[in-house]
Ligand binder design. Structure first.
Ligand code: SF4
Length: 414
């Protein structure tokens, strides 16, 4: 336990409101903040000024920082929860070309929204954006301008509501994302896991207390920007505008903050997926209405059971999901893809029908259609170039790109 910690493992918990200003003193480990160190809680004004000055000089030029419309702030915040900044900017620009405002998003078919989101993962976020846009339009088209009103929209949690309220409307609510957690845990030497109580509440309180009046928009972005550019996993303290206030820096324990929590275990999944060809087209099906990839398109497939090979699994899965009897034409190798809580090893196969003439149902061009779909709501035969126009889960997109992204990869007979 350090002298400057807001947390105590024994005795009463010290809340920010109750923190007095003890002079720098030896910690149990013997570290003493050197002369020149300014306790951050006692110098809130100076911390705010240093941070805002730094942000004014170093902030990145980002498209949603041009006008600060609620719609653009909302979309950028939700996208940045899914991906890194550079990729987020590219997605944001494409999204704004397709859906320039709430009305355009609300009017779009869900399939287009999922397609624009493809590659970002967590497709429920895209569905919720769509639902929320439709609700806003149904309620008259005005974006809610209170934290409570914003929070009531589908898919908007406390962080996103605070980000929209403060960045779009300059309402004084603090945003606490992973960057802010890291900065505050170091600045105030929070010495227990930051996602758990009591640290999570204390970080939120400090974040709120640091907000300068009338500057929520700039301050919240500055905190997040500092965490992204300077106070990252590997902190660049000599370049930091808050260096002289930072407790962890002065105690030499930056690398020990934030205190991590328990890591979620990653579940390995072995799956087989098959690209079924028939007269120049490939078979895709649209997933059911529930689950992480609800209503996305896919190449059929499923888990490889313990007593079967991947090739046996794909033949079985096709029979179970579509009724088609297929055989493996050739293997396409393995694609690995990591998700938050599991890691997929996807065994990929090119397939052909055992008997093209066996099915009673046919599409307009005479290709067979399944009589029943057990794991999907719809299916299509598509030309390879049409795959670019549907939303596929990331691992299936990798497979499509591997097969058709490069004309040299296109298979004989396709
Ligand atoms: S001094 Fe270092 S650890 Fe402290 S806030 Fe700045 S970058 Fe982070």
């Amino acid at each position: 336990m350090t002298q400057h910690s807001l947390l105590q493992t024994t005795g009463p918990r010290i809340e920010p409101e109750n923190v007095s200003a003890p002079p720098p003193a030896p910690t149990p480990g013997g570290a003493v903040p050197p002369p020149g160190y300014l306790m951050p809680e006692e110098h809130t004004d100076a911390v705010q000024t240093a941070l805002l000055d730094w942000f004014a000089r170093h902030k990145r030029a980002l498209p949603w920082r041009e006008r600060y419309t609620p719609y653009e702030v909302w979309i950028s915040e939700v996208m940045l929860q899914q991906t890194q900044m550079e990729r987020g900017v590219a997605y944001f620009r494409r999204w704004m070309e397709r859906f320039p405002d709430v009305a355009a998003l609300a009017a779009a078919p869900e399939e287009d929204v999922l397609h624009a989101w493809e590659g970002l993962g967590y497709y429920n976020r895209a569905r919720n954006l769509h639902k929320a846009a439709r609700r806003i339009m149904a309620q008259g088209g005005g974006f809610p301008d209170t934290p409570e009103g914003i929070r009531a929209l589908p898919g908007i949690g406390p962080y996103t509501a605070a980000a929209i309220a403060s960045i779009a409307f300059n309402i004084p609510v603090a945003c606490v994302d992973a960057n802010v957690e890291r900065v505050i845990s170091r600045l105030f030497d929070v010495d227990s896991p930051v996602r758990q109580e009591p640290a999570a509440s204390i970080i939120r309180q400090w974040a709120q207390r640091l907000l300068p009046p009338g500057k929520a928009r700039e301050h919240n972005q500055a905190m997040m920007e500092l965490g992204a550019l300077i106070c990252g996993k590997k902190a660049n303290c000599p370049q930091c505008p808050l260096e002289r206030f930072c407790t962890a820096r002065h105690l030499g324990i930056v690398h020990e903050r934030p205190v991590p929590g328990r890591k979620a275990s990653i579940v390995p999944l072995t799956v087989a997926s098959g690209v079924l060809f028939c007269r120049g087209k490939v078979f895709v099906q649209q997933r059911l209405n529930t689950g992480a990839w609800a209503r996305l398109w896919e190449f059929p497939g499923g888990r490889v059971e313990a007593d079967e090979s991947p090739a046996e699994a794909i033949v079985r899965e096709f029979r179970e999901e579509t009724g088609f009897a297929v055989r493996v034409r050739r293997p396409y190798g393995i694609i690995r893809h990591g998700y938050t809580t599991f890691r997929v090893t996807l065994h990929c196969f090119g397939l052909e029908l055992e008997d093209e003439n066996a099915a009673a149902l046919r599409d307009d061009e005479g290709r067979p259609l399944p009589e029943v779909l057990t794991a999907a709501t719809a299916c299509r035969w598509l030309a390879p170039e049409e795959l670019a126009g549907i939303a596929l889960p990331a691992a299936h997109r990798k497979l499509a790109d591997r097969l058709f992204g490069n004309p040299q990869n296109v298979l004989p007979g396709v």
